[in-house]
Design a protein around this ligand. Structure first.
Ligand SMILES: NC(=O)c1ccc[n+]([C@@H]2O[C@H](COP(=O)([O-])OP(=O)(O)OC[C@H]3O[C@@H](n4cnc5c(N)ncnc54)[C@H](OP(=O)(O)O)[C@@H]3O)[C@@H](O)[C@H]2O)c1
Length: 219
């Protein structure tokens, strides 16, 4: 992480989630002032963040939804960096993928980037996923998957893999936005993230690990 200036502010979207909570913890430990977006700051499931070291001085929670641009603008205003982590990560099939997955992932990314432009943010890290890369049946088996390799949206739709579709379309949205704006945007594509949880509720990838350990995993 580069040297930071005094009072530097960084926004983390979906701050109470599994991955984002660790990002918030790291940023606080480095002395950043963190603007964390959560859908409900009063929800008990977000209470772990208030217990993080330096949270009482340097963590400010903002009520924001990915579909509400103004709420994101309020959270991102004054920040030099943004980690866009929020995105629905379901642990089971969803009834209405268009509304529950695709809209928050794609329109949410667009809204976050619009808010970043408005606030003249210097760098945006968009958390994508290996799901945006590896659902590609036409990629040669012997060729390493790299930036050229994208999940095939039609393949995702045919297989009703709407999470992968949402992550693919959201990452494309971010990179297309980068071409048209002055924003410095990077995307990262983690594979399955496992390890200790800071939050009290079970997230999808931790649940998957639990299922493996209990021996009742089926795909
Ligand atoms: N965990 C993994 O193995 C893994 C691997 C690759 C990539 N990723 C990516 O990492 C990111 C975080 O995943 P995670 O595992 O930490 O999942 P998580 O714990 O379920 O976190 C997802 C976060 O997104 C927020 N969110 C969802 N819809 C939203 C909306 N409409 N408006 C505002 N916030 C919304 C959730 O807020 P609420 O609590 O209010 O629902 C939650 O804070 C995601 O982008 C995911 O695709 C995760």
């Amino acid at each position: 992480m580069a040297e930071k200036r005094d009072e530097e502010r960084v926004c983390v979207t979906g701050a109470g989630g599994y991955v984002a909570s660790w990002v918030v913890k790291l940023l606080l430990s480095k002395g950043f002032i963190v603007h964390g977006t959560v859908r409900d700051p009063c929800d008990e499931k977000n209470s772990h963040m208030k217990k993080l070291e330096k949270a009482s001085e340097n963590l400010k929670l903002f009520k924001a939804d990915l579909l509400e641009l103004e709420s994101l603008c309020a959270a991102i205003d004054g920040c030099t960096g943004v980690f866009h982590v929020a995105s629905p990560v379901p642990s089971a099939k969803v009834a209405n993928p268009e509304v529950e997955l695709l809209e928050p992932a794609v329109m949410g990314t667009r809204n976050v980037l619009k808010a970043c432009e408005k606030a003249k943010v210097k760098k945006v890290v968009v958390v994508s996923s290996v799901a945006a890369v590896n659902r590609n049946p036409n990629w040669p088996m012997d060729r390493p998957k790299d930036e050229e390799c994208w999940s095939d949206p039609e393949f995702c739709r045919t297989n009703q893999d709407f999470y992968s579709l949402a992550k693919t379309l959201a990452e494309s949205e971010a990179l297309e936005h980068a071409k048209k704006s002055d924003l410095n945007i990077v995307t990262i594509c983690p594979s399955m993230v496992i390890g200790p949880m800071l939050q009290s509720t079970l997230n999808a990838s931790s649940l998957l690990l639990l299922k493996y350990l209990k021996g009742f995993f089926s795909y």
